[in-house]
Ligand binder design. Structure first.
Ligand code: 5GP
Ligand code: ZN
Length: 113
């Protein structure tokens, strides 16, 4: 399958990993938009949030648990951070493998466009 993030999971494309367990991988975004910018992905290929099924409920919970864990590890839990999931064209999705952006390390600007 021609998916960049599946290749990162396989290890055929290198990444700066920050967290990994059986179902979840997190790595540094290649073009950081904030001092902390980490992508948290399921190892399973799910294209977008629209493709998440009921059977993925525990997996989605694991993505958020990983985000919280990484934020704590980076020391940004108290100051705060932002979790973003872009869906399809209008949402600005570029990579069609489900991912949550963890953004922080500075006061982020207003989000609503
Ligand atoms: P999207 O717009 O799909 O929500 O976000 C995709 C993100 O993936 C972007 O922030 C982009 O910088 C990041 N990205 C794209 N290709 C790679 C890559 O090969 N390695 C890493 N680490 N990040 C990538
Ligand atoms: Zn994939």
């Amino acid at each position: 399958m021609d998916c960049i993030f599946c290749k990162i999971v396989e290890g055929s494309i290198p990444s700066k990993k920050v967290f990994e367990n059986e179902h979840v991988l997190a790595f540094e975004d290649i073009q950081p938009a904030a001092p902390v910018h980490i992508l948290i992905i399921p190892k399973k290929h799910i294209p977008t949030m629209n493709d998440v099924g009921k059977e993925d409920a525990a997996l989605i919970a694991e993505l958020f648990a990983a985000a919280r864990h990484i934020a704590a590890e980076r020391g940004i839990s108290e100051d705060g951070y932002r979790l973003v999931n872009n869906v399809n064209r209008d949402g600005g999705q570029v990579v069609y493998h489900l991912h949550i952006h963890l953004l922080g390390g500075k006061k982020l600007g207003a989000l609503l466009a």
